[in-house]
Write a protein that binds this ligand. Structure first.
Ligand code: PLP
Length: 444
């Protein structure tokens, strides 16, 4: 990895690229540039090795540069670059769907391919509405999300998500949407390990929404089984079970957005398995291809699939799809990813390492400004008290310190977030949390 080409970027040559979710002018004045990645590490343009504490963006679950994945993508690019999936396909797409269905919990046995988490989410919302309509229940159009939820950047996902700043600039979103409250209650649950004990009753708000809107108008409830971008919030014990029961009582579909929790992050193939609650629909992306080729997916239960099989055999069941649905390179990457997961016994390994990760995280509970630590699987958040005069400054300062010390983490305002590749070892876990400890000691 020493033969990395020196970048020739200047302020001018960087100008045309509009980076997402980035202060572009500030970034271009002092860019953070990465040029290579292998295993647990990135290499920056100035030749520094950076321990990846975020698996890229919660997505490179099997670590960077996995040989089997790289080779599979290369081979498929040589064999066939592209074929449409509208009325035609290629063998790897079927095999990929089959292997995903085989590891999915319960009867989530059909897979619709998209190209990102955002597309997967919008697809899932459309499937939910179309399912009811196909069964003659077209009045069910309302969608219920949750505060602090993140479901990508499409208008559908944005509508059911619960982050005010993400919605603010974009005018009216989908009508007929409502939200449950979030489950972030450090005053009750601070420093819980795994699922917090308090808060199952918060799910009963769904019953309240049913009384307000009439349950026969509600198509689906969508939640992340563990809130991710909203600050790593494992569900309170019993919460998802209650949501499931209320959905069943009223004929509402339950969608789990597993874009982060899918493909091993919690130590099981999907979060639903660890959490013991069976959704009707699951969205996934990110770890699905180890992020080597963009891909998203929607898994549907037998009940949902059967709901679409009412018309004649010659009828298209769902008027929806993308040019790149089931893209050959993505399927090749996805199949190789699953093979790597099996080779490494990655989910069992994750369950073991999650224990070390939890202990290392909670060892910081008495450090300056720490008000909560939350974790589940290889996901963790450390929440800091905000500075009275400058909310977010402490989170940013820790992030900067860590980066300068060679460790990549994220901060959402004053909440530090860690979601490393699942191949992480004890030494790397120690390094991440030791570096955060040093950063906290320097905070004012
Ligand atoms: C839970 C969840 N859903 C959807 C998305 C959107 O995925 P993408 O950025 O691939 O569109 C994300 C991205 O972080 C996510 O965390």
């Amino acid at each position: 990895m020493n033969d990395v080409p020196a970048p020739t970027l200047t302020r001018e040559t960087m100008e045309p690229y509009w980076l997402p979710f980035t202060a572009n002018r500030k970034f271009k004045a002092d860019p953070r540039l990465f040029v290579a990645a292998e295993g647990m590490y990135y290499t920056t343009a100035d030749g520094r090795r950076i321990l990846d504490g975020m698996a890229g963006l919660w997505c490179v679950n099997a670590g960077h540069g996995q040989r089997k994945i790289v080779d599979a993508i290369k081979a498929q690019a040589e064999r066939m670059d592209y074929v449409s999936s509208f009325g035609m396909s290629h063998p790897l797409a079927f095999e990929h769907a089959r292997q995903i269905a085989a590891i999915a919990p319960g009867d989530l046995d059909h897979v619709f391919f998209a190209n990102s988490g955002s597309e997967a989410v919008d697809t899932s919302l459309k499937i939910a509405r179309a399912y009811h309509r196909a069964r003659g229940d077209a009045g069910r159009t309302r969608l219920i999300g949750r505060a602090k939820g993140y479901h990508g950047m499409g208008f559908g996902g944005l509508s059911v998500a619960g982050m005010a700043r993400h919605r603010k600039d974009f005018g009216p979103l989908l009508p007929d949407v409502d939200h449950l409250s979030h489950t972030h209650h450090p005053e009750k649950n601070a420093f819980s390990r795994g699922r917090p004990a308090w808060g199952a009753h918060l799910a009963d708000e769904l019953e309240d929404l049913c009384q307000i809107h009439d349950p026969s108008t509600i198509a689906a409830v969508i939640v992340e089984p563990v809130t991710g971008s909203g600050g790593v919030l494992p569900p309170p014990v019993g919460y998802l079970e209650r949501l499931r029961r209320i959905c069943d009582r009223h004929g509402i579909l339950l969608i789990f957005d597993e874009v982060i929790t899918g493909f091993g992050r919690l130590g099981t193939a999907f979060g639903a398995e660890l959490l013991g609650v069976q959704p009707d629909i699951v969205t996934c992306a990110k770890g699905m291809t180890n992020a080597a080729v963009p891909m998203g997916g929607v898994l549907v239960s037998r009940k949902v699939w059967d709901g679409f099989q009412q018309g004649p055999e010659s009828a298209i069941e769902l008027f929806h799809g993308y040019t790149y649905s089931g893209h050959p390179l993505a399927c090749a990457a996805g199949l190789a990813t699953l093979e790597v997961h099996r080779d490494l016994d990655l989910y069992a390994r994750t369950r073991r390492e999650a224990q070390v990760f939890e202990d290392a995280a909670h060892a910081l509970r008495d450090q300056p400004f720490v008000v909560d630590i939350r974790n589940i699987g290889l996901l963790c958040a450390i929440e800091l008290a905000p500075r009275a005069d400058d909310a977010g400054a402490r989170g940013l300062a820790v992030n900067r310190h860590c980066f300068d010390a060679g460790v990549l983490i994220r901060n959402a305002a004053d909440t530090l977030v860690m979601s490393p590749p699942l191949i992480i070892g004890d030494g790397e876990i120690a390094r991440i949390f030791d570096t955060i400890r040093d950063a906290l000691a320097r905070l004012s």
